[in-house]
Design a protein around this ligand. Structure first.
Ligand code: SUG
Length: 417
C-alpha cells in the first residue's frame, strides 16, 4: 500500500555556521556562531520520534563524506591548502536538508506507473553544488527496486528539489496534481529554482501536462528571505497552506487547483495577520503538513512558531475555528533553524509502498535508539566555523560518519563523494 514516508537527513558531524547561503537570512545572521553538531543531530532524532508517535512512516538519509575532497581536487586544491571559505564550503553539513535532495513524483502521477526521483543539482550555492553525487549514490541504493526510477540531476539550470514542489491529491495513493514553484528574481538575492529545470523534471517524471502547474514565486517573498518556496507554502492531501504573498499570481494557481482537486482546501494566511518577516523567522510554513491514519491534517511546527506572537495567535485562531488544520505539534530543531532549515527542510517525502524501500533506510524507535547512541558517543559537541580545518576536528567528523554507516550496514556509501 502506498504511504507517505518522511526521509529525514541525519545532521552530519560537521554541522557549522559559516554563513554560506546568501538570501537565507538565518544563515547570514548566525555566521561565525559556535554550532552544536551533537545537539543538532539529537534534535533531528527527536523530531523523527515525534513523527513515529503520530503513526507516520519514517526513513533516513545519511550524512555525506566531509570534507568534500573530490570537489576540492576538481578545483585544484587539497583541504589543508584550501583558503578558509573554500574549506568551509567543503565541510558543510547542508545535505541534512533532505527537502533539497530530489524532487519526487509518486507512481499514481506518472504515465509509466513508477515513482520518479530526480536528484537536485543545487548549483546556485557552491557549498551545496557538490551534494548531488553522494545523494544520487544514496537514492539509487534506497530506491533500487523496479518500482522507482532515480534520475541524475538536470544540467545547466538551477534545481533545488522538493523544496519548490508541492503535490495535492485526495489521498497519497491516488492520482494528484503537482505544482512546481520557480523564482525569476528576488531583488538582492538569487532565485535558486529555475523554470527550465522544473519543466525538465516534470518531463522526466512523465507527468500529465494538464495536472502539472508552474507557479512563479513572488519577488517580494524571495527578497524577504524565502529562498525556497517551502518557507512560505506547503501542501498535503487536499490542503494548500500558504502565505498571501508567496506567489506572483495566486488567483491563477488557486483557481487551477480548485478545478482539479475535489474538496480542495486553501488555508491562506493574510499578511495583516502574519507578516512575511514573521513567517520567515518562525518558519510557520516550513512545518510538516501531515495526514494521520484517522485523516486528521496535522502541522508539525518548529517551536519558534509558539514563540512568535502573531504566529501563535494565528495558529490558536485557526484551531479554534475548526479549520482544515486540526492539530499542531511543536518540535525543537533550533540548531538547524539557525541555518535556515525547519522541520520540512529536514525531510524528503516519498509516497510509495514501504516494502519497496531498502530497509536500511527505514527506522523505528529501536533503530533510533541505536543511532542516538552513536551520535552521543561520536558527534562533536561544538564546532567553530573558523576552526573547521583543525585536523583533530576533521578526524572526529570522518570517524563519526564511518561509525554511523557501520551501524546501519551502509559501509558501501563510505566513498560516495
Ligand atoms: O540551502 N542552509 C540551507 C537551508 C536549506 C533549507 N531547505 C529548505 N528550505 N527546504 C540553504 O540555504 C546554510 C549554510 C551555512 O551557512 O553553513 C545552508 O546551506
Amino acid at each position: 500500500m502506498i504511504r507517505e514516508i518522511n526521509f529525514d537527513g541525519i545532521v552530519g558531524p560537521s554541522h557549522n555556521y559559516a554563513g554560506l547561503s546568501l538570501g537565507n537570512l538565518a544563515s547570514s545572521r548566525h555566521a561565525g556562531h559556535v554550532s552544536r553538531p551533537r545537539a543538532a543531530a539529537l534534535q533531528g532524532i527527536e523530531k523523527m520520534r515525534a513523527n513515529l508517535a503520530l503513526g507516520l512512516a519514517q526513513g533516513i538519509l545519511v550524512p555525506q563524506p566531509r570534507p568534500a575532497t573530490g570537489w576540492l581536487a576538481s578545483l585544484g586544491v587539497t583541504f589543508d591548502d584550501a583558503e578558509p571559505v573554500l574549506a568551509a564550503n567543503a565541510m558543510s553539513a547542508s545535505s541534512m536538508w533532505a527537502a533539497n535532495a530530489a524532487t519526487v513524483s509518486p507512481a499514481p502521477d506518472t504515465s509509466d506507473g513508477r515513482c520518479h526521483l530526480t536528484v537536485a543539482n543545487l548549483q546556485t550555492m557552491p557549498h551545496r553544488s557538490h551534494e548531488w553525487r553522494a545523494t544520487l549514490a544514496q537514492l539509487r541504493l534506497a530506491f533500487a527496486a523496479p518500482a522507482f526510477t532515480v534520475h541524475a540531476p538536470v544540467p545547466s539550470f538551477g534545481d533545488e528539489g522538493a523544496a519548490n514542489h508541492m503535490r495535492l491529491a485526495p489521498s497519497h495513493g491516488q492520482p494528484g496534481v503537482e505544482i512546481f514553484v520557480y523564482g525569476v528574481s528576488g531583488g538582492p538575492f538569487p532565485a535558486r529554482q529555475h523554470l527550465e529545470a522544473s519543466k525538465a523534471v516534470a518531463r522526466l517524471h512523465r507527468l500529465d501536462p494538464d495536472r502539472t502547474y508552474f507557479a512563479a514565486q513572488s519577488d517580494s517573498a524571495i527578497a524577504a528571505g524565502a529562498f525556497h518556496n517551502d518557507v512560505v507554502a506547503v501542501a498535503s492531501g487536499r490542503v494548500l497552506f500558504a502565505h498571501e504573498q508567496a506567489f506572483a499570481d495566486k488567483a491563477a494557481l488557486f483557481d487551477w487547483c480548485e478545478a482539479r482537486i475535489d474538496g480542495f482546501e486553501l488555508v491562506e494566511v493574510a499578511a495583516a495577520d502574519v507578516s512575511l518577516g514573521d513567517a520567515i523567522t518562525s518558519y510557520l510554513f516550513n512545518s510538516q503538513l501531515v495526514i494521520l491514519e484517522d485523516g486528521t491534517t496535522t502541522l508539525v511546527a518548529p517551536t519558534e512558531c509558539a514563540e512568535t506572537p502573531s504566529v501563535k495567535a494565528w495558529i490558536d485562531r485557526h484551531l479554534a475555528s475548526n479549520g482544515a488544520i486540526r492539530r499542531v505539534e511543536y518540535v525543537d530543531v533550533r540548531q538547524s533553524m539557525a541555518n535556515g532549515g525547519g522541520p520540512a527542510c529536514l525531510r524528503l517525502r516519498v509516497q510509495c509502498d514501504p516494502v519497496e524501500v531498502d530497509p536500511r533506510f527505514l527506522v523505528d524507535d529501536a533503530k533510533l535508539d541505536r543511532l542516538e547512541k552513536v551520535i552521543e558517543a561520536h558527534w562533536p559537541s561544538e564546532a567553530h566555523s573558523g576552526a573547521i580545518q583543525d585536523p583533530a576536528f576533521v578526524q572526529t567528523v570522518v570517524a563519526a560518519r564511518r561509525t554511523l554507516l557501520a551501524e546501519l550496514g551502509l559501509e558501501t556509501l563510505e566513498e560516495s563523494e
